[in-house]
Ligand binder design. Sequence first.
Ligand SMILES: C[S@@+](CC[C@H](N)C(=O)[O-])C[C@H]1O[C@@H](n2cnc3c(N)ncnc32)[C@H](O)[C@@H]1O
Length: 471
Amino acid sequence: MNRVILDQRVNAEMIDGLKNNTRALLSFLQNQNEGTIVYVLEKLGRLKNGSSKEPLLSLLNSQNENIRTLSIKNLAKIGDISLLPIFVKYARSDESTEVRRESVSAVGRLRNEKAIPVLIGFLKDNDPKVVMQAIRGLLIFSQREEVEEKLKKMINHPNELIKEVISKEINGVNYGSNNKEKHDEFPTFLKNTIVQGDVMETLNYVPDESVHLTFTSPPYYNARDYSIYQSYNEYLNFLEKVFKEIHRVTKEGRFFVLNTSPIIIPRISRAHSSKRYPIPYDVHPILIKMGWEFIDDIVWVKPEASVKNRNAGFLQHRKPLGYKPNAVSEMIMVYRKKTDKLIDWNIGQYNWDKVKKSKVADKYETTNIWHIGPAFDRVHSAVFPIELCNKVITYYSFVEDLIFDPFAGSGTLGLAAVNLNRHFFLTEKESKYINRMKEDLIKGRRLFDSKNGQPNFVDIKNFISLTKETV
Ligand SMILES: C[S@@+](CC[C@H](N)C(=O)[O-])C[C@H]1O[C@@H](n2cnc3c(N)ncnc32)[C@H](O)[C@@H]1O
C-alpha cells in the first residue's frame, strides 16, 4: 500500500476514534502492515491518563524498532507509574539504542520519585544518549541533595554535551556576556567606517562585543598575489589570531560566516606534483577550539565554465588515480559565538518592528547548496558576488545591525549591507583596494549609494582618534 492511499484511508478523525476504543484499536493494529502502524503511532497525539495501555503494550513485541520506540513514547504520555517496570525492562535490555533512549525518557516523564533510583542507575550507562535522558529526568529533582550530588559528579563524564548540560544546569557556569550595551546597538565610531590598515592592529581598538555579523573571505594562503606567507603554518597562525579577535568583538550568540576553499599551489616543474591545501578543514578545528559553535556548512557552487579546467589530461588518459575534478565549490562555513542562550534570546533582543523589517522574503535558499556565478573585478582578483553577500546578510542579521568584513577587498559586503539597511565596518590593508572603493564612491556608481551609507575612510591613526573621541 503506498503512502497516498494510506493517508486517505487512515485519517486523523479515524485515529481519534480508534484511540478511545481499546478493542477497535487492538484489532485494527493486528491487521495492519508496519508502515500503517508507524503512521498511526506517530499521529496518536495526546493520550489521557487512564487511556488503555493494552494495544500499545502488545506492540512492544514487534520486531520493528521504530514501532517499539513509538509505542514506548505513546505509553509515556499516559503517565501511569505502574508502567515503570516495563520502561525499565526495555531501557535495560532492548537491543536498539533508540528504544533504550526512549524508555529512559519515559521513566523521566513519569516525574515520580520512585523513578529516581532507576534514573541514577542509568547515569552509568554506556550510551551517552541514554545518560542524557537520565540527566533530563533527574533535573526535575535536582533540589534534592542526593540527586544534586550525583549530577554534579557527571561533570567528569567524557561526553561534551553531558558536560555542557551539567555545567549550565547544576554548576551554573555560562558563557554569558559582561557587555552592558544593548544587544541591537554598537559603538557609533564603527558605523560605516573603512579602515585602511592591518586587521589585527585595527581590532586592538575595537571594543568587545561590538559586531553583529562577520562575513569574510580571508586571503587564500599564497594562491593569489596579495598575500605572502612564509609557510602554511604561519598562514594558519595568522588566521587563528584574527578569528580570536573576531570572536572577542562579536556580540553574544551572533554569527561568523567564513568563505574559504581548498587551494592549489601549482607544481614547479613536470618532475613535481602540485599541492592542495584543505583550508576549510584545517581552519574548522581552530575555530571550535576558540569558542565558535559549528552551525552549518553551505556549499557555494559556480558554473563549471567559470572555473579552471583541471581534467584536460584525464580526459585523454582516463587512468585511475589521475582523476582531477573541476573545483566548482567553495565553502560557506557558519559559526555562532558559543553561549548557553538560545537563538530565541538573540531574536528577543530586538523590538517587534525590527524583527518584522528583517523578515526573510520568499524564494530564500532552502538547501545548503547555493548556485551563484562568480563576480569579476578589474582591480581585485577575488571579489564576493553581491548575491552571496545579500543572502548571508539577510539570513544572519537584522536591519540596522553592524556587519564586519576584516578582509574587505573591494568592499562588496559594505555595499550589500547598505542596500539591505544594515551598517558596515571594513578593514583592508591594500591601498589599491581602498582606492577602488573610493573610486566607486566618487563615481556614485555602485558602492555606498545611500545617504546612511556614506563611508568614513580612515587610516589607523585617524581610527585611533575616532575611538578616543567617543570615550
Ligand atoms: C580574498 S580577498 C577578499 C575579497 C573581498 N571579499 C571582496 O569582495 O572584494 C582578501 C583580502 O584581504 C586583504 N588582507 C590580507 N591581509 C590583510 C590584513 N592583515 N589586514 C587587512 N586586510 C588584509 C587582502 O588585501 C585582500 O583584499
